[in-house]
Ligand binder design. Structure first.
Ligand code: NIG
Ligand code: FE
Length: 417
């Protein structure tokens, strides 16, 4: 925190914007038609006061403001809500560029995992990093995310898989202002290879969960062949729910092993991935209160089928979009790129993509009362898109679309798009 951050944010007027675009209404999560309803103001402004939005409107309605106010010139730019990344593994040390090269040469992701690489190689690097090294790595990743327009983030543990490092990950995420998720059931670590997944879960639930539950908001499990099965996932999630955590699942990434039925049965907040979800899963999820979190950058990065985004939206599911930023399956921190993939690969409209990585993502994190829209009273988190039509966010594939990022009423990043 800088000295300037210690001062309460004053007033900030973002003026002469070509457009202000925000998901309509005030409820969450959004589904069906409500998912694509965007309020659009042209030649507009956003006024921030004390870290909150105080007014959004057209320039011709702007009344004179008495007293001190900082102005930001929005000519040629568009404003959208700060982006919310509700599924990341951003708290990791090292990278997996060598594994990436092997995969480019034909090696499979699950094959590398089974051979002791993959997730476990990041576990080795994360355990070795120490608290300071881990926080430094997280800060570096958060810098990338901020420059891509992310103003609210979730990040999971799951690269410690021992007491000390799991808790260190959760503390680092909290200290960096993120929403921490306890992914104690991500993989079975090497020291439990002989004892097996059940013995590892005995350890995690007895030794790590009590403290993790004080630090995290939710728990998550990797329900997949080679990781944890449905029975093990149920046991882990029930214990985490009893400890006060919300529930999330990595499900249907490679195979359908009952993640959606389990998520619905347990009242999970979300089930994430869904690349392998078939029509029954789409129907069950769409009729439930569970949000489906779509991670198209992960499907792209692994060369996997895309999740059935259009079918889910048409069937009335609450969907969110996230990066899944991690060193193995999605070395990608960019929600604008994810929006491009949502429009080109999942056949969502730009409006649906916007709501999915703002309001609905905030709902997954239980923050929709404060985040995800540009409306009076909400947190002053604003992304200025470097174009006079906000839809360039998704249109400009991999382009420098984020011009400026305002977080909590302060300019957090002023780029040079
Ligand atoms: O969401 N699939 C499980 N976990 C992560 C990948 C983790 C890794 O490869 O390090 C995911 O894709
Ligand atoms: Fe993930």
């Amino acid at each position: 925190m800088t000295a300037q951050d210690a001062e309460p944010p004053g007033r900030l007027l973002i003026r002469d914007l070509a457009q202000v675009a925000t998901p309509s209404g005030s409820s969450a999560p959004l589904r069906r038609e409500a998912l694509r309803a965007v309020d659009l103001f042209e030649d507009a402004y956003v006024l921030c006061d004390g870290g909150r939005i105080s007014e959004v409107g057209e320039m011709r309605r702007l009344r004179p403001i008495a007293g001190e106010v900082r102005e930001l010139d929005g000519r040629g730019l568009s404003a959208i809500p700060g982006l919310v990344d509700c599924h990341t593994h951003a708290c990791f040390a090292g990278d997996r560029v060598a594994e990436f090269a092997l995969r480019a040469g034909g090696a499979g992701y699950e094959e590398l995992h089974a051979a002791g690489g993959g997730i476990v190689s990041t576990v080795r690097a994360t355990r070795a990093a120490g608290d300071a090294g881990l926080s430094a790595a997280l800060e570096r990743h958060l810098g990338w995310m901020l420059r891509a327009g992310t103003t609210t983030f979730e990040a999971k543990s799951g690269y410690g898989l021992d007491r000390e490092t799991e808790l260190a990950q959760l503390r680092a995420v909290r200290a960096a202002g993120g929403v921490p998720t306890f992914l104690g059931a991500h993989a079975v670590p090497p020291e439990f290879a002989d004892a097996g997944a059940d013995a590892y879960l005995d350890f995690v639930l007895a030794e790590v969960l009590p403290e993790a539950a004080r630090l995290a908001r939710a728990a998550d499990v990797f329900l997949e062949r080679g990781a944890f099965d449905a029975g093990q996932a149920r046991r882990y999630l029930l214990a985490c729910r009893a400890a006060g955590l919300e529930l999330r699942l990595h499900g249907d990434q490679f195979t359908e092993l009952g993640a959606i039925p389990l998520a619905v049965e347990l009242g999970a907040r979300s089930v994430d991935h869904l690349e392998a979800t078939g029509p029954d899963g789409v129907a069950l999820l769409s009729a439930s209160q569970v949000t489906g979190v779509l991670l198209p950058a992960s499907a792209l990065f692994l060369g996997r089928p895309m999740p059935p985004g259009r079918s889910l939206v048409d069937a009335g599911a609450a969907v969110a979009l996230a990066t899944d930023f991690n060193p193995g399956s999605a070395y990608c921190e960019s929600l604008p790129l994810v929006c491009s993939l949502a429009c080109t690969q999942l056949r969502l409209t730009p409006e649906e993509a916007l709501a999915a990585c703002t309001v609905n993502a905030a709902h997954v994190l239980s923050r929709a009362d404060r985040k995800g829209r540009l409306a009076a009273g909400l947190d002053a988190d604003v992304v200025l898109v470097a174009a006079d039509d906000w839809r360039h966010l998704a249109y400009h594939l991999g382009g420098p679309v984020v011009h400026t990022v305002v977080r909590g009423g302060r300019i957090a990043w002023a780029g040079a798009a």
